[in-house]
Design a protein around this ligand. Structure first.
Ligand SMILES: Cc1ncc(COP(=O)(O)O)c(C=O)c1O
Length: 394
């Protein structure tokens, strides 16, 4: 089975993790600090906090920015569930705005329509590694004096109009889950603009104790401690950071390989009738190519997306679906008047399909995926034509 994602791990990562294990320092410490500093450089010098997951980073962002009960956060329905779960965790209310059919990113016009008196924050998701329309979203945030927190789980290494993703909003979350562009096993990071918010996020990351976790357990800080608010246990460990440090030195190369494979997909898919890749953002940008998502013309091919996923998997291609939109999930249905309120996301859900894309994929793998996809679609079309002819004869 060719999976839809696979981490790229070399001997260098193995050696650094081994060195960490042998160092005797596994929890948050010197490697985490080095990883945070290196990632901070990538995102224009902002403060970066390593976390145990991307979800934790996003939760910290909302909590540290003081978003809570009575506040509304406008976000995309086309995302992983943690984007909205953390809004509920801080006691705020998620408001879903529709997406653009072309990119599956938040539609700024829909965001504008969703802004109300209780809006505190806009939370865009850079879907698949393609930057959102940040000029429009930053403009809206400024105009309405609301916060901008970015879910960049897919977008490490991406840039918008020459600015790295991570350097634009009030806070930006990255995920280092093994499927992502950079992995720490599980893990994440939060880039924060305001130093006071970064300090609060750091405190909340470690139980609400006003002292950094590395200093405490290394014996460098005072033995006593003071808990000033109810925080979480969300810090990255040095074991995770060891992996991340090496991955970060390879990020450029890994993202280049993703982009090369994506370019080959775009070329080969141009000859496949009935599927179309997502459009690229209009603005000057660098794509992180986290996901290779295509839209299937289900009406023409008369095949349901789930059946197509099943047939691809039977043929050894690990196709996936990113995502089942949140407004169609039991938990979030009550937050949306009706599925028809988000027509673009509702329609996209029926036709999107994720094809394998990861740095160590060979170009022959891309050729094989497209060949198998094409074969299944042509068989479906022939089946449809035969059924149509039979019904005419009958
Ligand atoms: C868009 C999006 N947001 C948030 C997350 C959560 O990240 P993590 O799995 O690191 O908690 C993911 C990861 O799957 C994601 O794809």
């Amino acid at each position: 089975m060719l999976p839809y994602a696979r981490p790229s791990i070399t001997d260098a990562e193995v050696a650094e993790v081994e060195a960490c294990l042998r160092s005797g320092w596994l929890a948050t410490g010197p490697r985490t600090a080095r990883f945070e500093a290196a990632l901070g450089e990538q995102v224009g010098g902002l403060s970066v906090l390593g976390t145990c997951s991307g979800t934790a980073a996003l939760h910290l962002a909302l909590a540290a920015l003081g978003i809570g009960p009575g506040d509304e956060v406008i976000t995309s329905p086309m995302t992983w569930v943690s984007t909205a779960n953390v809004i509920l965790h801080v006691g705020a209310t998620p408001v879903f705005a529709d997406i653009e059919a072309r990119t599956l990113n938040l539609d700024p016009a829909a965001v504008r329509a969703a802004v109300g008196a209780r809006t505190r924050c806009i939370l865009p998701v850079h879907f698949g590694g393609a930057p959102c329309d940040m000029d429009a979203l930053c403009g809206l945030a400024r105009e309405h004096e609301v916060l901008l927190v970015e879910d960049a789980a897919h977008a490490l290494g991406a840039a918008y109009a020459g600015r790295p993703i991570g350097s634009i909003g009030d806070a930006t979350m990255f995920s280092f889950h093994p499927a992502k562009n950079l992995t720490t096993g599980e893990g994440g990071a939060l880039a924060v603009r305001d130093p006071a918010v970064a300090a609060r996020a750091a405190r909340l990351r470690y139980h609400g104790i006003a002292q950094d976790p590395g200093a405490r357990s290394s014996g460098r800080g005072p033995a006593s401690y003071d808990v000033v608010e109810a925080g979480f246990k969300y810090a990255m460990s040095d074991l995770q950071a060891a992996l991340g440090l090496v991955q970060l030195t390879r990020l450029e190369e890994m993202n280049r390989r993703r982009a090369e494979r994506a370019a080959l997909y775009l070329d080969r898919l141009a000859d496949v009738a009935g599927v179309a890749p997502l459009a690229l953002p209009d603005a000057r940008h660098r794509h992180a190519w986290h996901l290779m998502v295509v839209r299937v013309e289900i009406e023409r091919l008369r095949i349901e997306r789930d059946e197509l996923v099943g047939r691809l998997r039977e043929a050894g291609i690990g196709a996936g679906v990113h995502f089942v939109p949140l407004h169609l999930q039991s938990l979030y249905r009550p937050f949306v008047p009706a599925a028809s309120a988000l027509p673009v996301a509702t329609d996209a859900h029926r036709r999107i399909l994720t094809l394998p894309l990861f740095p160590d994929m060979e170009s022959t793998d891309v050729e094989r995926v497209v060949e198998i996809l094409n074969r299944i679609l042509r068989e479906t079309e022939r089946g449809t034509a035969v059924r149509a002819a039979a019904s005419v004869e009958a």
